[in-house]
Design a binder for this molecule. Structure first.
Ligand code: SAH
Ligand code: SF4
Length: 385
């Protein structure tokens, strides 16, 4: 299991944590301010609007910075609430500019978030939606970890806030952003945590705050068919589907969820995805596994399967992990595969591996760096002779 409970760092029971305001939706923020008795109901909307801008446009973590709010009120806020960020346990920067943060949300609850430059309009942040994952895709390391729990909306938003702290992107820049896109492609299955993912997207997309447009937010799913429509209507996010195979027997082996929601059902739900159009295409992710799903015949089957669907195909070279039974396809096979898709009319960029030196690749998040830290600890504990 990839996550351990570290109770030694738990706060003493006698110090109840103050409610943190940074991950609340606008409505929740108003309600919390009123409930705590620090704002009168008739002023709630206005006050919440002020606080909102400070939190999500200016990124402040200290009430004393909120200079358009009376000093006394700020003091009351500080007594009642917290604006603290979760702790960054580890920060790494790759030679190619990829950044990775290991974030401790709570004792024993750690997730990784990765910033990848030159993806999307300027750079994309890969966020996690769960700690671990309940689905056991056979090529994915996250799938070998037991799920500890869903992340809250606040914990999802905190990943964006921390990345922006580090990138120096407060107040929210209108032009020349480095963090322009969000992809839910970190740990976990976002559609098993849709309530929190949708609330987080509401906060991240809000025009008076972080203001990342919903068209620049992509949610990747292994294919939780019954939740697809709700994802579209509630978030208007871009959809990415982890397809990886074009026939049920193979997809069942790679993505066991396929037994529950086979390809035909999945494709029907994708065709019905709210807002789907040529300007708003579905991304199909396809991990390249040597000798498994990477033949020219597989590529042709993929073109057939996607006929009539406004789609892009993202070919992902497999990232091996210790104990994995697959290998990455040869580069030549990937190029041949991509050429067939291109001839079939599909843009099919090959996702170039990024941040390899800091283990920031898909499906490797957290587990790998955790293992390295464990081995470093073991080395440090070994007495030298
Ligand atoms: N659970 C969601 C989102 C997180 S995984 C999903 O499955 O879509 C993000 C992407 O990384 C998915 O397409 C997933 O299939 C892919 N992935 C997982 N492990 C991988 C690995 N070892 N190498 C390459 N891609 C991997
Ligand atoms: Fe979970 Fe996605 Fe990994 Fe499958 S690929 S185990 S759904 S994180």
């Amino acid at each position: 299991m990839g996550v351990t409970l570290d109770l030694s760092r738990a706060p003493p029971a006698s110090a109840p944590a103050k409610p943190n305001l940074t991950g609340l939706t606008r409505t929740e923020l108003q309600a919390v301010l009123v409930e705590a008795g620090v704002v009168r109901p008739e002023k709630a909307r206005m006050r919440a609007g002020q606080v909102w801008r400070w939190l999500h446009h200016y990124g402040v973590t200290d009430f004393s910075m909120m200079t358009d709010i009376a000093k006394e009120t700020r003091g009351q806020f500080a007594e009642a609430f917290s604006l603290d960020r979760p702790e960054v346990v580890e920060r790494q920067v790759s030679r190619d500019g990829t950044r990775k943060w290991l974030i401790r949300m709570a004792p024993g609850i750690e997730v990784e978030t990765v910033y990848i430059p030159d993806v999307g309009r300027a750079g994309a942040l890969c966020v996690s939606s769960q700690v671990g994952c309940t689905l056991n895709c056979t090529f994915c390391h996250t799938g070998t970890q037991a799920l500890v729990r869903n992340l809250t909306a606040a914990e999802i938003v905190a990943q964006v806030q921390l990345a922006r702290d580090d990138l120096g992107e407060w107040p929210s820049p209108k032009e020349d952003r480095r963090l322009s896109n969000i992809v839910f492609m970190g740990m976990g299955e976002p559609l098993y945590n849709l309530d929190n993912v949708a609330a987080a997207i509401d906060i991240i997309a809000d025009h008076e705050g972080i203001a990342i447009s919903r068209r620049r937010i992509t949610v990747s799913t292994s294919g939780v068919v019954p939740e697809l429509e709700a994802l579209g209507t509630r978030t208007q996010a871009m959809l990415a589907i982890s397809l990886h195979a074009t026939n049920d027997p193979l997809r069942e082996k790679l993505v066991p969820l396929n037994k529950k929601y086979p390809i035909a059902e999945l494709m029907a739900a994708i065709r019905a995805y709210p807002g789907l159009s040529n300007a708003k295409r579905v991304t199909f992710e396809y991990v390249m596994l040597k000798g498994v799903n990477d033949s020219p015949a597989d590529a042709k089957a993929l073109v057939q399967l996607l006929k009539g669907v406004p789609a892009k195909i993202n070919l992902i070279p497999f990232n091996p992990w210790p104990g994995s039974t697959y290998e990455c396809s040869d580069w030549g096979a990937i190029e041949t595969f991509a050429a067939i898709l291109n001839r079939g009319g599909y843009a099919s960029p090959i996702r170039t591996p990024r941040g390899r030196d800091i283990l920031a690749a898909c499906g490797q998040l957290k587990s790998e760096s955790e293992k390295l830290r464990a081995s470093a600890r073991r080395k440090a504990a070994t007495p030298s002779t």
